[in-house]
Design a protein around this ligand. Structure first.
Ligand SMILES: NC(=O)c1ccc[n+]([C@@H]2O[C@H](COP(=O)([O-])OP(=O)(O)OC[C@H]3O[C@@H](n4cnc5c(N)ncnc54)[C@H](OP(=O)(O)O)[C@@H]3O)[C@@H](O)[C@H]2O)c1
Length: 323
């Protein structure tokens, strides 16, 4: 079975269309087994982040595969992200170096600015809060200066490519206007209920590949007490799935990649993670693609307000239309 379908990045590199998501995978033993299973079934793209606090597990599994000779470093597309508390130029190298050490690699393939808003840097915590329980943010987040530091990572060989996550159009445009290396990737929430058509069009015009996070609607967020829409239970998605003899998850993912967008579903269940990459043997018809396009409701699940109390008041909070 070959799942090596890639999209071209604007810096000449290639990103595999399906990646393995690792957020909310906090059981080390379970994650270790799951990454093993993911590599066995053909995943070659892993999406991590400093704040997921599990890069050491990814590193351990990769090291095992590299040292046994089953895989070479260059076979894997590895992404990680600058945390919100590292959002100042002097912290960019510190955080990527910590990620590289945990991942046990000399470079990542893609380093993303995780969010456009910065939190204060407080030793020993990733989520500083003030006495009133609100997120202790740093209002002076300077994207242009941070981007310069991101560009330096490329010349130092610490990452091959650089991009952003959760940035809106204006924030991306500011980087485009002030960069030597334009962002090659935007990672944002994207699924049947939030298709972000305007933002995706803007990215295509600017040669920025979009990566869809929470492509299945992030049902695991219920762990954090967050209600999520049941995309995989949607009757229309299930009707289409039946037609192709596929699961609802497979149709949701195929819809994304068939429109030229990378998807990074998370599963620590071996059968489900196998299913999520087994989507290269069918194509949705134009009519079914249109039916999927029509499910869009502009419904955002991850607005960050429940993770960072009061963050909507940060000058760089990206989702102003929802405040
Ligand atoms: N840049 C950012 O700010 C950002 C934000 C959010 C996410 N992300 C990235 O995107 C990745 C994916 O997003 P996500 O984790 O929010 O949500 P998701 O991939 O949409 O959904 C994951 C949830 O769906 C379940 N699931 C997976 N495959 C399934 C299948 N075939 N059938 C039924 N259930 C299935 C998983 O449970 P099991 O594990 O039990 O299968 C898990 O609870 C993250 O892991 C992370 O790497 C990035």
């Amino acid at each position: 079975m070959s799942f090596n379908t890639y999209f071209d990045l604007n810096d000449g590199l290639k990103i595999p269309a399906i990646g393995y998501g690792t957020w909310l995978s906090d059981d080390e033993e379970q994650l270790e087994k799951a990454i093993d299973a993911a590599l066995e079934v053909g995943y070659r793209h892993i999406d991590g982040a400093y704040v997921y606090q599990n890069e050491n597990v990814i590193g351990r599994v990769l090291q095992k595969w590299f040292s046994s000779g089953k895989l070479k470093r260059e076979d894997i597309f590895l992404t990680t992200k600058l945390p919100p508390s590292g959002m100042r130029p002097e912290h960019v190298q510190k955080f990527i170096k910590e990620s590289l050490a945990a991942l046990q690699v000399d470079y990542v393939d893609l380093y993303l600015v995780h969010v456009p808003f910065g939190l204060k840097y407080v030793e020993g915590t990733l989520y500083p809060t003030s006495d009133d329980g609100k997120s202790d943010y740093d209002a002076n987040t300077d994207h242009v200066a941070i981007w310069k530091a991101m560009e330096e990572l490329v010349s130092l060989g610490l990452t091959k490519s650089i991009g952003v996550s959760n940035f809106n159009k204006d924030q991306i445009q500011r980087i485009l206007d002030n960069s030597e290396i334009p962002p090659c990737n935007l990672q944002v929430e994207h699924h049947a209920y939030l298709q972000q058509k305007d933002l995706v069009r803007f990215c295509k015009e600017n040669k920025i590949v979009v990566t869809a996070y929470s492509p299945l609607g992030s049902p695991g967020l219920s762990k954090l007490g967050r209600e999520t829409p049941d995309l995989m239970g949607h009757p229309v998605v299930n009707e289409i799935a039946k037609k192709y003899n596929k699961s609802a998850a497979q149709v949701l993912l195929k819809h994304i990649i068939q429109t030229g967008i990378v998807a990074i579903p998370k599963s620590t269940n071996p059968e489900r993670l196998r299913q999520n990459i087994d989507i290269f043997d069918f194509s949705l018809s134009d009519e079914d693609l249109q039916t999927m396009n029509d499910l869009d409701q502009n419904l955002r699940i991850l607005d960050f307000k429940f993770l960072f109390k009061g963050i909507e008041n940060h000058p760089e909070y990206p989702f102003k239309e929802l405040v």
